[in-house]
Design a protein around this ligand. Structure first.
Ligand SMILES: [Zn+2]
Length: 135
């Protein structure tokens, strides 16, 4: 008898995994998905595959995350004052986030919400330091 894989429970497992993942693990997964969405749409790569440039970008992003001095307490990269990305890479990653960010909401709502909350809390931190924010 051939055993068939059960796909019905798959989404549930993924969501449970996403909820219990550590922040840096989530960030790594989020950036991976964002680059993947960006690459398949802009570089016409087949789903789940990355072109050489995007593979390099993902490796670079993971490396930066690993070396992030804030560790598990990190805020959103886009709001960070350190700017640990090289200028050229920073421009590309900004484009990737701008492009893929809105698409994350339907594909991975939990990761997207987590990301948005972090941007919001980073912004609040900035406001406390005296600089008024026009929200
Ligand atoms: Zn690509």
């Amino acid at each position: 008898m051939i055993k068939t894989k059960c796909f019905a429970g798959e989404t549930k497992t993924n969501i449970a995994q996403e909820m219990t993942m550590k922040r840096l693990e989530k960030e790594k997964k989020t950036i991976g998905i964002m680059i993947q969405i960006f690459c398949s749409a802009n570089h016409k790569t087949v789903r789940k595959l990355l072109c050489p440039a995007c593979t390099e970008l993902l490796d670079y992003a993971k490396e930066r995350l690993k070396k992030c001095p804030y560790g598990e307490n990190k805020g959103a990269c886009s709001k960070c004052k350190i700017h640990c990305y090289k200028p050229g890479k920073r421009q590309i990653i900004t484009d990737v986030m701008r492009f893929s960010g809105p698409k994350m909401v339907t594909k991975h709502p939990l990761l997207a919400i987590d990301h948005l909350l972090r941007i919001k809390s980073s912004r609040r931190r900035e406001t406390i330091s005296g600089k008024p924010d026009n929200i």
